[in-house]
Design a protein around this ligand. Structure first.
Ligand SMILES: C[S@@+](CC[C@H](N)C(=O)[O-])C[C@H]1O[C@@H](n2cnc3c(N)ncnc32)[C@H](O)[C@@H]1O
Length: 207
């Protein structure tokens, strides 16, 4: 997906403009399936395959780079994925308006940008106040799926998530090995070929 065109149809602007949580049943045209949210879906390798494998899941994929967001939306439509909504917006701006407390079954945060420059660090998804917000939106028993290849971000990210109240079934500070049943993200597929280390955590909100 290196040289993809910018498709002309924006995606998810209706959801991005909401000022309050919608009725997700209406948004997804019926169904009561789990509500799952991905922040920064990039080229959409995870979102597209995960939605295909899990047709009852209602999936919100945020990606602020329009080119990628529109391409993922296009591919989802082409693939008949009625359970996928792609939103071309800043997840940190929109999610606080559209997610009710304890309403999300899973968050997927895979290979988030590390924001190396000190002046940019507050843009990180795993920043203390936004992490606390995300945990507050998870249902009891809900999943936080965190993956990164950046060693310097892996343990601090996991520590932050555990400190925000999520439980690590493997024990504090532990990452889990690659599970072949898990859908890899676009970036992860590359690392599975090159063998570059990936740090994976699957944390749960206590019931
Ligand atoms: C390193 S890429 C990883 C993409 C994908 N998750 C993967 O594993 O292949 C991180 C993505 O997050 C997006 N992103 C970062 N911050 C975001 C935000 N606040 N809202 C929406 N997208 C964001 C970036 O544009 C980028 O596409």
């Amino acid at each position: 997906m290196a040289r993809i065109p910018l498709r002309s149809d924006p995606t998810g602007l209706d959801l991005a403009a909401l000022e309050a949580p919608p009725d997700w049943k209406v948004v997804f045209g019926g169904g009561e399936g789990p509500l799952e949210v991905e922040i920064g879906c990039g080229a959409g390798g995870f979102a597209l395959e995960y939605c295909r494998r899990n047709p009852t899941v209602r999936y919100l994929a945020f990606e602020w780079r329009k080119k990628y967001a529109r391409e993922v939306a296009f591919r989802g439509q082409k693939g008949g994925l009625g359970n996928l909504r792609v939103i071309e917006a800043d997840a940190k701006q929109v999610l606080p308006k559209i997610l009710a407390p304890s309403s999300v079954d899973a968050f997927h945060l895979q290979f988030p940008d590390p924001w190396w420059k000190r002046a940019h660090q507050r843009r990180a998804i795993l920043w203390p106040d936004f992490t606390a917000f995300l945990v507050s939106r998870l249902k009891p028993g809900g999943l936080f799926d965190f993956r990164t290849d950046v060693e310097d971000r892996a343990t601090p990210g996991l520590t932050l998530l555990e400190a925000a109240g999520l439980e690590n079934p493997l024990g504090k500070g532990q990452f889990h090995p690659f599970d072949p049943d898990e859908v890899p993200s676009t970036r992860e597929r590359r690392y599975l070929v090159t063998g570059q280390p990936v740090y994976r955590a699957r944390l749960r909100k206590p019931i």
